[in-house]
Design a binder for this molecule. Structure first.
Ligand SMILES: Nc1ncnc2c1ncn2[C@@H]1O[C@H](COP(=O)(O)OP(=O)(O)OP(=O)(O)O)[C@@H](O)[C@H]1O
Ligand SMILES: [Mg+2]
Length: 261
């Protein structure tokens, strides 16, 4: 399998008034084309900072990475063309409608008006938003808003989709819908999905492979069953137990609602 993301020693230190914050200390990772990668770690481990670097929103202070063969620093435009990114807190809010939001996004990606309207229609159909096209985005539920965020990130048919905690706050049904969507993206479009989550049942059910980070470095990686075998003694153990053994901490939030797999 070809590598679609490869990072070596990727690092980011923030300069603050109180001194440097070493958010990411040197991440090495490889993600294969068409893979669903679960990127796990406790609060503050450096997940969002890593995603922001891999999508060129934040410059690394050390190391290198390529996404879809494009180097983060020397070809940021190529990286952006290859990536869709849904940030940790939902991005859309306001008085304009779902249709207007999607068409505007298409126009930002330089589609003509007619192409943008057509792409909005396709995306709405694909993400189950077609009944909501004329609704104001401020009136969407949390799950609908998440689907709109993802639709917008897919406008330019990216090879890699980065999702930062896409299901936080969603009810079990909406979470399951989102899992189906992620699997469909991989199966039907070959999209590589790089996602963070604090719900370990979700990581277990959805991810082909997991990378666990803590204090800005990779502390474990492997398939869900390999991590359970290595760190919790058996492939039948829970991923919670493996996570606890790896990081010494319980995943947040501890009260995550269980979802039938
Ligand atoms: N702009 C910034 N300036 C200073 N420190 C920052 C900045 N952004 C992030 N940090 C710090 O870097 C560390 C990693 O943050 P990051 O947001 O990457 O964690 P995370 O793994 O995404 O956590 P969570 O699970 O809570 O979302 C934290 O200690 C955070 O406070
Ligand atoms: Mg985060």
């Amino acid at each position: 399998m070809a590598a679609v993301i490869s990072a070596a020693g990727l690092a980011r230190t923030f300069r603050t008034k109180r001194g440097p914050v070493h958010a990411v200390r040197g991440i090495d990772l490889t993600v294969h084309e068409g893979e669903i990668l679960g990127f796990l770690g406790p609060n503050g481990a450096g997940k969002t900072t890593t995603l922001r670097m891999l999508t060129t929103l934040l410059a690394p202070t050390g190391g290198t990475a390529t996404v879809a063969g494009c180097h983060l620093v020397t070809d940021p435009v190529g990286v952006r063309r290859a990536c869709g990114y849904v940030a940790q807190s939902g991005g859309v809010d306001g008085q304009i409608t779902v249709r207007e939001e999607l068409v505007t996004q298409g126009r930002l990606y330089r589609l003509t008006k007619a192409e943008a309207v057509e792409r909005a229609r396709e995306l709405a159909q694909d993400l189950g938003l077609d009944g909501l096209l004329d609704r104001r985005t401020a009136a969407l539920s949390g799950g609908q808003r998440r689907r709109l965020d993802i639709a917008m990130a897919l406008t330019h048919r990216p090879r890699v989709l980065f999702l930062d905690e896409p299901t936080t706050g969603l009810d079990p049904g909406s979470r399951a819908d989102l899992w189906d969507l992620v699997r469909r993206l991989r199966d039907e479009h070959g999209t590589t999905v790089f996602l963070t989550t604090h719900y370990l049942d979700e990581a277990d059910a959805l991810a082909d492979r997991l990378v666990v980070v803590d204090h800005g470095v990779v502390v474990a990686e492997g398939t869900p069953s390999a991590l359970k075998r290595e760190h919790a003694g058996s492939a039948d153990a829970s991923l919670q137990d493996a996570f606890l053994a790896i990081t010494g901490r319980r995943p947040a939030p501890a009260d995550a609602a269980p979802v039938a797999i």
